[in-house]
Design a protein around this ligand. Sequence first.
Ligand SMILES: [Zn+2]
Length: 569
Amino acid sequence: MVELVLHGGAFASARILQEVRGPRMNPMKTIIRLMRNRVPRLSCVPIIAVAVFAALHAQPTQYDLLLKNGRVVDGTGSPWFRGDVAIKGDVIAAIAPRIEGPATHVIDVADGVIAPGFIDIHTHARRGIFEVPTAANYVRQGVTTLLEGPDGSSDVPLAPFLAKLEALQKSVNIGSFIGQGTIRSRVMGDVNRAATPDELARMRALVEQGMKDGAFGLSTGLFYVPGTFTPTEEVIELARVAGRFGGSHVSHQRDDASKVLDSVKETIAIGEKGGLPTQVTHHKVIGKANWGKSVETLRLIDDARARGVDVTIDQYPYTASSTSIGSALLPAWALEGGRPETLARLKDPPQRAKIKTESAAMIRDERGGGDPKNVQLANCSWDPSLAGKTLADVTKQRDMEPTVENAGEAAMWIVEQGGCQAIFHAMSDEDLERIIRHPATMIASDGEIPIFGRANPHPRSYGTFARVLAVYVREKKLLTLEDAVRKMTAAPAARLALSDRGVLRPGLKADIAVFDPARVRDLASYVQPHQYAEGFSQVIVNGQAVFESGAMTDARPGRVLYGPGRVTP
Ligand SMILES: [Zn+2]
């Protein structure tokens, strides 16, 4: 009698479900309240009798939510099966071909896929989570858990950041790595030298504190300043500390262009010698001259796995990357010591000439993709009107022909003005497709939480997971649906030692994404990135719907997740 089954498809009818929610949905509670109020009053005996009779004959509400008639893709990679999923509180209570209930809410998902909520192991969510705590760009593509602190960059110490996240009413779960670059910067500054024993001891202590605060592992950004100044041995020393607390290492590699093979070897060595799992994050091959090298990078990874090194990969499904103009198009030595020193070098004519030559080479052979048209500005705080323009446009605006050399000049000018985030088209589809098919590859966005409509961010923040399901599963058939979901759920959960999420099993947390495999797609493009993904009907976090009937709900059930080494304060 409590049950309400909606037919005709969850996509059309879920709105009705919201409307019928209310006090009358729970007659048991009403009866109990009636009994408590009436018991002392003899005149109410008949009412009590009726209430007791009703209570004895009403079935107690067994489940809070019952998803019926789904194709259950459980996250393990096993073939889907037709079934129902029942939720009680914040956990999955039952999964079976047919569950009768009763349940407070019943949703007929009409043959939609019921999958674990997606776990995004590489995000820059602190860009935006406090302004947009719904993280709608992620939720609307099925993501229920975000990992922060990638690329060697995190809050240090971590505890205040996690406490602030605890206090935030948010739709998604969130956790963090501890960043080697931030730690090094804090202890030594952005200098190009090895650490002294004393500095190394202080950095070790900061990693240990980060792990005890609840980090999932150590992230490095050996491409960036100051990570790029770090000798491999020093990273290994810090990785050992993270490993002792059950954490993993995840690396934005030193060089994803001409030295990508050396970089993969280094990432493997950090795991092998550091004694912890290691991950090549957003694995890619940059620059036309290097295209095809993923054949060898994947062979290195296969060989390492065969000899017992736990090395894995994550990747976003786009052939353009995104980072700052300074990091991507100026040599690392020009950035040493921070912005004032960079500006001083740019004022010194001989050094400026050298930077320009090297920048032009980076535009020609690396991130610039061989043409200033392949660099698109995403966000320039000092001139928002530049968002969407290319480096070729800026070069022309500066009254220069858009040659590679002149674009180097324009890149230096941009850095002098305050720098910009940009999108760099410099990868091949062949490498992307080879990497995405690898069994050790998981899906991660490397995105952020944009303010809707502001600036021109990389579309990966809105589209990554939907794009994999639409393009690489449905259109290109490079992945099976089940394997794609595994790469978004069980694989990252295993990496994070998250034993209570990432798979659909009774007793595990009810993080769930429901989507139509025939309709799911990304809409965000490089030109119009602010477009949500389509095809999802329900997204559930810790048992509560955060997205249904095409809209975010008012529920904020997201939690802070902590790594395996956490020491509870
Ligand atoms: Zn990165």
